[in-house]
Design a protein around this ligand. Sequence first.
Ligand SMILES: [Zn+2]
Length: 70
Amino acid sequence: MSKTVASLRNCFFCGKHIVTGQGTMLAKNDGSIQWTCSDKCKKNLRKLKRDPRKLKWTQKYVKGGIRVKK
Ligand SMILES: [Zn+2]
């Protein structure tokens, strides 16, 4: 159990792997940390507040729409 956390980082928005040394870290007020791989993801996440599951270019895209159950 001595894996390097930095190499296992994935983009919070699109879900793609982030190369170590790249990407942007976003620290939220509640203490959670979100990594984004590019300015594009950062913009969509922060400014546009888009749902990655609705965007086809992300790996989180859900085909046919999102099911919200709770
Ligand atoms: Zn991304």
